[in-house]
Design a protein around this ligand. Structure first.
Ligand code: AMP
Ligand code: ZN
Length: 451
């Protein structure tokens, strides 16, 4: 299996450390508002990654965090804490905000039929371990204290610039008038923030006798280490994470534990919406509720995501969502054929689909192979099961078996048509329609589907 590794900027053959288990860490969402389609995009790609690894016979242990504290509205350690901002906006406590939007995120996650990670870890459950990591980094001489918080001195971590190919001199020269004049290097970042006198910050913990909270990047280093050990096989995230968040995770983890943090880094690109960057002011950050209003399901959206590539920037439009919906309906109708005729196992096609996915998750290629067969073959139940394992589109459950009585009716209708008793044929068709079954008269066959 080949994957594009951001660390080397190359397509590489994937090899896990332990042939029996692949350890993956996924940067999860900040749970301070409803997710829009852009926010949900990456999880669909990572689901495909996990499914592809499993198809290759590997067991996967995946951990994902939920950021419920410490993610500031800016990557530069200033601005507001997103959770506190959400609480103020809605007149709720930060804890209520965390609960409300974690639940909403997980609802979306499940609606997309994504495989559950081994564990989903809220950052606030790891505060003690955060403090231990800060202590360890401090003992090793990587930190310095400022009025604003404890900062990581990136000049002490050799190779800090390597991962994101940063031009540190340029960064330093362009260093804007800093909110924290005590920051030594432009790329230094807070591992622990101190709460200032009179500052309104509800989530706070006592550390070294003072109130504070963890810096955003810390949780991923801590949770990954706690749940998966020293070196990950794969770390995933959005391309926006590369420059700051992931450079900082690497610095913290490798400085503290002295081991390579992750062997592979896989990043997905952004989607635009209606031709523009997703933004509140444009109102193009559609939620699943917005899609539902226009008659689309999360599965339609998943189909749209999967027909593109995780490294491409893609543009979402409702027109394209309609096309994806049609494509999904096509697959459902294909899957429904398994009840109507003797199906084929299509072993060669399975091989071809796997080959496409093993080529850096080329799902578009995999669907192209499938499309070649959909119009001219009938699948066996086992092949539909295979498709569901690969893509998680829920074809088996969205095309359930029908009752024996209705099967008989379909057969009776075929007979009625043969006898040219069109009145009876229409009567049966209407009866079936009342059970949500649509009968389709093909060239020389009758098919049915659920509406
Ligand atoms: P935000 O809450 O806006 O910071 O977004 C959280 C994460 O969602 C980001 O770090 C990105 O990785 C991801 N994300 C946000 N917008 C998009 C987008 N338009 N396309 C893909 N991913 C996105
Ligand atoms: Zn992270």
């Amino acid at each position: 299996m080949k994957l594009y590794n951001t660390a080397s900027r190359k397509l590489e053959e994937f090899k896990p450390q332990n042939p029996n288990e692949v350890k993956i860490y996924t940067c999860g969402p900040t749970v301070y508002s409803y997710a829009h389609i852009g926010n949900m995009t990456s999880y669909v790609y990572w689901d495909l990654l996990v499914r592809t690894l499993q198809l290759n016979g590997w067991k996967v242990k995946r951990i994902m965090n939920l950021t419920d504290v410490g993610h500031l509205t800016s990557d530069a350690d200033d601005g507001e804490d997103k959770m506190e901002k959400g609480a103020r906006r809605e007149g709720l406590t930060v804890w209520d905000i965390a609960k409300k939007y974690s639940d909403a995120f997980l609802d979306n996650f499940h609606a997309l039929n994504l495989l559950e990670p081994a564990k989903i870890c809220p950052a606030t459950k790891y505060i003690e371990q955060d403090m231990k990591l800060v202590d360890l980094l401090d003992e090793k001489g990587y930190l310095y204290d400022t009025k604003d918080g404890l900062y990581f001195d990136t000049s002490k971590f050799k190779g800090y610039a390597d991962f994101a190919h940063l031009d540190l001199e340029h960064l330093q020269a362009g260093k804007r008038v800093e909110f924290s004049s005590e920051k030594r290097n432009a790329s230094d970042f807070a591992v622990w923030k101190w709460i200032q006198e009179g500052e309104d910050h509800a989530m706070r913990w006592k550390y070294r006798g003072r109130d504070g909270y963890p810096g955003w990047h810390l949780e991923c280093s801590v949770i990954a280490h706690e749940e998966l050990g020293e070196t990950l096989d794969i770390h995933t995230g959005g391309i926006d994470h590369i420059m700051v968040h992931h450079s900082n995770e690497i610095a913290q983890s490798e400085a503290a534990f002295g081991k390579k943090f992750s062997n592979y880094w896989v990043h997905c690109n952004f989607i635009t919406s209606d031709g523009q960057k997703i933004s509140k002011s444009l109102g193009n950050g559609y939620t699943f509720a917005d899609l539902a209003e226009k008659g689309y399901t999360p599965m339609d959206f998943k189909m749209w995501i999967l027909q593109g590539h995780y490294q491409s920037e893609r543009n979402f439009t409702f027109q394209d969502l309609f096309a994806a919906h049609q494509r999904l309906m096509n697959y459902r109708n294909f899957a429904a054929l398994r009840w109507q005729e003797k199906g084929e196992d299509l072993l060669e096609l399975r091989e071809e689909i796997l080959n496409e996915l093993n080529n850096n998750l080329n799902s578009a290629g995999a669907f192209a192979k499938l499309d070649e067969v959909v119009s001219k073959s009938v699948p066996s139940e086992d092949f539909v099961k295979f498709l569901d394992e690969v893509f998680g589109l829920g074809l088996l459950e969205s095309t359930p078996d029908i009752s024996d009585e209705n099967k008989e009716k379909i057969a009776d209708r075929v007979k009625a048509k043969e006898m040219k008793d069109y009145a009876l044929a229409d009567k049966i068709r209407d009866e079936l329609a009342r059970d949500g079954i649509e009968v389709l008269d093909g060239k020389d066959k009758t098919y049915w589907r659920f509406k």
